[in-house]
Write a protein that binds this ligand. Sequence first.
Ligand code: GAR
Length: 218
Amino acid sequence: MTTWRKRTAVLISGRGSNMQALVERAREPSFPAEIALVLSNRPEAAGLSFAKSQGVACAAVDHKIYAGREEFERSMQALLDLHRIELICLAGFMRLLTPWFIGQWRGRMLNIHPALLPAYRGLNTHERALADGVKIHGCTAHFVVPAMDEGPIVAQAAVAVLDGDTPATLAARVLEQEHLIYPAALERLAGGSLHILGNRVFCDDETEAPAALRNPAD
Ligand code: GAR
Protein backbone atom coordinates (compact mmCIF):
# COMPACT_ATOMS: atom_id res chain seq x y z
CA MET A 1 0.00 0.00 0.00
CA THR A 2 1.36 3.46 -0.88
CA THR A 3 1.10 5.57 2.27
CA TRP A 4 3.04 8.63 1.11
CA ARG A 5 0.19 9.80 -1.13
CA LYS A 6 -2.12 12.25 0.64
CA ARG A 7 -5.60 10.79 1.02
CA THR A 8 -7.84 13.33 -0.67
CA ALA A 9 -11.62 13.70 -0.75
CA VAL A 10 -13.35 15.48 -3.62
CA LEU A 11 -16.67 17.10 -2.71
CA ILE A 12 -19.15 17.52 -5.56
CA SER A 13 -22.78 18.48 -6.12
CA GLY A 14 -23.35 17.61 -9.77
CA ARG A 15 -21.56 16.77 -13.02
CA GLY A 16 -18.16 16.29 -11.45
CA SER A 17 -15.93 17.00 -14.45
CA ASN A 18 -13.27 18.60 -12.20
CA MET A 19 -13.44 15.56 -9.93
CA GLN A 20 -12.92 13.40 -13.03
CA ALA A 21 -9.83 15.45 -13.99
CA LEU A 22 -8.46 14.99 -10.46
CA VAL A 23 -9.12 11.23 -10.47
CA GLU A 24 -7.43 10.90 -13.86
CA ARG A 25 -4.31 12.89 -12.88
CA ALA A 26 -4.07 11.02 -9.56
CA ARG A 27 -3.73 7.74 -11.47
CA GLU A 28 -0.16 8.74 -12.31
CA PRO A 29 2.05 6.71 -9.95
CA SER A 30 4.15 9.74 -9.03
CA PHE A 31 1.17 11.98 -8.21
CA PRO A 32 1.38 12.89 -4.50
CA ALA A 33 -2.36 12.55 -3.77
CA GLU A 34 -4.80 9.69 -4.13
CA ILE A 35 -8.50 10.34 -4.49
CA ALA A 36 -9.69 8.24 -1.57
CA LEU A 37 -13.30 9.46 -1.44
CA VAL A 38 -15.82 11.29 -3.59
CA LEU A 39 -18.56 12.84 -1.48
CA SER A 40 -21.72 14.49 -2.79
CA ASN A 41 -24.41 16.46 -0.99
CA ARG A 42 -26.81 15.32 -3.72
CA PRO A 43 -27.46 11.57 -3.97
CA GLU A 44 -28.40 12.00 -7.65
CA ALA A 45 -25.16 13.80 -8.63
CA ALA A 46 -24.00 12.51 -12.02
CA GLY A 47 -20.37 12.54 -10.88
CA LEU A 48 -21.01 9.72 -8.41
CA SER A 49 -21.52 7.22 -11.26
CA PHE A 50 -18.13 8.09 -12.76
CA ALA A 51 -16.41 7.69 -9.38
CA LYS A 52 -18.13 4.34 -8.82
CA SER A 53 -17.14 3.14 -12.30
CA GLN A 54 -13.51 3.94 -11.47
CA GLY A 55 -13.61 1.99 -8.21
CA VAL A 56 -13.26 5.16 -6.13
CA ALA A 57 -15.05 5.07 -2.76
CA CYS A 58 -18.04 7.38 -2.91
CA ALA A 59 -20.85 8.48 -0.65
CA ALA A 60 -23.74 10.91 -0.54
CA VAL A 61 -24.67 12.97 2.51
CA ASP A 62 -28.00 14.50 1.57
CA HIS A 63 -28.04 18.01 3.05
CA LYS A 64 -31.85 18.11 2.83
CA ILE A 65 -32.37 15.62 5.65
CA TYR A 66 -30.45 17.69 8.20
CA ALA A 67 -31.93 20.39 10.42
CA GLY A 68 -28.97 22.73 9.95
CA ARG A 69 -25.66 23.23 8.18
CA GLU A 70 -23.53 22.09 11.08
CA GLU A 71 -25.41 18.80 11.57
CA PHE A 72 -24.91 18.12 7.86
CA GLU A 73 -21.23 18.97 8.09
CA ARG A 74 -20.71 16.80 11.18
CA SER A 75 -21.98 13.82 9.15
CA MET A 76 -19.58 14.69 6.35
CA GLN A 77 -16.74 15.08 8.86
CA ALA A 78 -17.48 11.62 10.32
CA LEU A 79 -17.14 10.10 6.84
CA LEU A 80 -13.97 12.06 6.13
CA ASP A 81 -12.52 10.75 9.42
CA LEU A 82 -13.61 7.20 8.62
CA HIS A 83 -11.73 7.38 5.32
CA ARG A 84 -8.69 9.01 6.99
CA ILE A 85 -8.89 11.99 4.65
CA GLU A 86 -6.02 14.48 4.79
CA LEU A 87 -6.94 16.97 2.04
CA ILE A 88 -10.20 18.18 0.47
CA CYS A 89 -10.90 19.52 -3.02
CA LEU A 90 -14.23 21.26 -3.47
CA ALA A 91 -15.21 20.65 -7.10
CA GLY A 92 -18.52 22.23 -7.95
CA PHE A 93 -19.68 21.70 -4.36
CA MET A 94 -22.58 24.12 -4.16
CA ARG A 95 -23.15 24.39 -0.38
CA LEU A 96 -21.82 27.18 1.76
CA LEU A 97 -19.63 25.76 4.53
CA THR A 98 -19.63 26.99 8.12
CA PRO A 99 -16.58 28.49 9.84
CA TRP A 100 -16.55 25.35 12.02
CA PHE A 101 -16.05 22.99 9.07
CA ILE A 102 -13.63 25.32 7.31
CA GLY A 103 -11.64 25.57 10.56
CA GLN A 104 -11.19 21.77 10.61
CA TRP A 105 -9.56 21.97 7.16
CA ARG A 106 -7.62 25.20 7.34
CA GLY A 107 -4.73 25.06 4.86
CA ARG A 108 -5.89 21.64 3.67
CA MET A 109 -8.96 22.48 1.56
CA LEU A 110 -8.94 23.85 -2.00
CA ASN A 111 -11.73 25.16 -4.22
CA ILE A 112 -11.95 25.73 -7.96
CA HIS A 113 -13.84 28.85 -9.00
CA PRO A 114 -14.88 29.76 -12.58
CA ALA A 115 -13.49 33.32 -12.64
CA LEU A 116 -10.28 35.24 -12.08
CA LEU A 117 -10.70 36.04 -8.38
CA PRO A 118 -11.10 38.50 -6.79
CA ALA A 119 -13.34 39.36 -9.76
CA TYR A 120 -16.70 37.62 -9.98
CA ARG A 121 -17.08 35.88 -6.66
CA GLY A 122 -20.31 33.91 -6.34
CA LEU A 123 -22.56 32.53 -9.06
CA ASN A 124 -23.21 33.15 -12.79
CA THR A 125 -19.63 34.25 -13.35
CA HIS A 126 -19.63 33.79 -17.15
CA GLU A 127 -22.88 35.73 -17.65
CA ARG A 128 -21.55 38.57 -15.48
CA ALA A 129 -18.19 38.68 -17.26
CA LEU A 130 -19.91 38.90 -20.66
CA ALA A 131 -22.33 41.57 -19.42
CA ASP A 132 -19.37 43.65 -18.21
CA GLY A 133 -17.59 43.28 -21.53
CA VAL A 134 -14.32 42.07 -20.05
CA LYS A 135 -11.77 40.74 -22.54
CA ILE A 136 -10.04 38.33 -20.16
CA HIS A 137 -11.81 35.80 -17.98
CA GLY A 138 -10.64 32.55 -16.43
CA CYS A 139 -10.52 30.37 -13.35
CA THR A 140 -8.85 30.20 -9.95
CA ALA A 141 -7.77 27.42 -7.61
CA HIS A 142 -7.58 28.73 -4.06
CA PHE A 143 -7.51 27.77 -0.40
CA VAL A 144 -10.88 27.89 1.32
CA VAL A 145 -11.38 30.45 4.11
CA PRO A 146 -14.63 31.44 5.86
CA ALA A 147 -15.28 34.37 3.48
CA MET A 148 -16.75 32.97 0.25
CA ASP A 149 -14.32 32.77 -2.71
CA GLU A 150 -11.68 34.78 -0.83
CA GLY A 151 -8.89 32.39 0.14
CA PRO A 152 -5.22 32.61 -0.88
CA ILE A 153 -4.80 31.91 -4.58
CA VAL A 154 -2.76 28.88 -5.66
CA ALA A 155 -3.22 29.00 -9.44
CA GLN A 156 -5.09 30.88 -12.13
CA ALA A 157 -5.53 30.50 -15.86
CA ALA A 158 -6.71 33.24 -18.17
CA VAL A 159 -9.01 32.79 -21.15
CA ALA A 160 -9.60 35.39 -23.88
CA VAL A 161 -13.24 36.42 -24.27
CA LEU A 162 -14.23 36.19 -27.94
CA ASP A 163 -16.76 38.40 -29.73
CA GLY A 164 -19.09 35.50 -30.45
CA ASP A 165 -19.01 34.06 -26.93
CA THR A 166 -22.13 33.00 -25.09
CA PRO A 167 -22.06 32.00 -21.41
CA ALA A 168 -21.95 28.37 -22.58
CA THR A 169 -19.02 28.71 -25.00
CA LEU A 170 -17.04 30.79 -22.51
CA ALA A 171 -17.79 28.32 -19.71
CA ALA A 172 -16.55 25.45 -21.88
CA ARG A 173 -13.18 27.12 -22.55
CA VAL A 174 -12.80 28.12 -18.90
CA LEU A 175 -13.65 24.55 -17.83
CA GLU A 176 -10.81 23.17 -19.99
CA GLN A 177 -8.43 25.37 -17.99
CA GLU A 178 -10.03 24.34 -14.68
CA HIS A 179 -9.22 20.74 -15.55
CA LEU A 180 -5.54 21.70 -15.95
CA ILE A 181 -4.94 24.03 -13.03
CA TYR A 182 -6.90 22.13 -10.38
CA PRO A 183 -4.86 18.89 -10.55
CA ALA A 184 -1.70 21.01 -10.75
CA ALA A 185 -2.73 22.90 -7.60
CA LEU A 186 -3.51 19.66 -5.74
CA GLU A 187 -0.19 18.23 -6.86
CA ARG A 188 1.62 21.15 -5.25
CA LEU A 189 -0.42 21.11 -2.04
CA ALA A 190 -0.07 17.34 -1.60
CA GLY A 191 3.61 17.52 -2.50
CA GLY A 192 4.17 19.95 0.37
CA SER A 193 5.61 22.72 -1.78
CA LEU A 194 3.04 25.44 -0.96
CA HIS A 195 3.42 28.05 1.78
CA ILE A 196 0.80 30.61 2.73
CA LEU A 197 1.98 34.05 3.81
CA GLY A 198 -0.91 36.41 4.46
CA ASN A 199 -3.05 36.20 1.38
CA ARG A 200 -0.21 35.02 -0.86
CA VAL A 201 0.79 31.50 -1.70
CA PHE A 202 4.44 30.72 -2.47
CA CYS A 203 5.65 27.58 -4.11
CA ASP A 204 9.08 25.99 -3.56
CA ASP A 205 9.39 24.91 -7.18
CA GLU A 206 8.12 28.14 -8.76
CA THR A 207 10.90 28.13 -11.34
CA GLU A 208 9.51 24.92 -12.76
CA ALA A 209 5.85 25.91 -12.83
CA PRO A 210 3.90 23.46 -14.97
CA ALA A 211 2.34 25.00 -18.05
CA ALA A 212 -1.11 24.81 -16.50
CA LEU A 213 -0.09 27.28 -13.80
CA ARG A 214 1.16 29.87 -16.25
CA ASN A 215 -0.94 32.38 -18.06
CA PRO A 216 -1.72 30.73 -21.44
CA ALA A 217 -0.90 34.10 -23.05
CA ASP A 218 2.77 33.87 -21.88
C1 GAR B 1 -17.11 24.34 -12.30
O1 GAR B 1 -17.09 25.28 -13.35
C2 GAR B 1 -16.63 24.98 -11.02
O2 GAR B 1 -15.61 25.92 -11.21
C3 GAR B 1 -17.89 25.64 -10.55
O3 GAR B 1 -18.92 24.74 -10.82
C4 GAR B 1 -18.55 23.97 -11.96
C5 GAR B 1 -18.66 22.51 -11.58
O4 GAR B 1 -18.45 21.69 -12.69
N1 GAR B 1 -17.82 25.93 -9.15
C6 GAR B 1 -18.42 26.98 -8.61
O5 GAR B 1 -19.09 27.76 -9.22
C7 GAR B 1 -18.20 27.10 -7.11
N2 GAR B 1 -18.55 28.40 -6.67
P1 GAR B 1 -18.05 20.20 -12.51
O6 GAR B 1 -19.10 19.58 -11.56
O7 GAR B 1 -18.16 19.61 -13.89
O8 GAR B 1 -16.68 20.13 -11.93
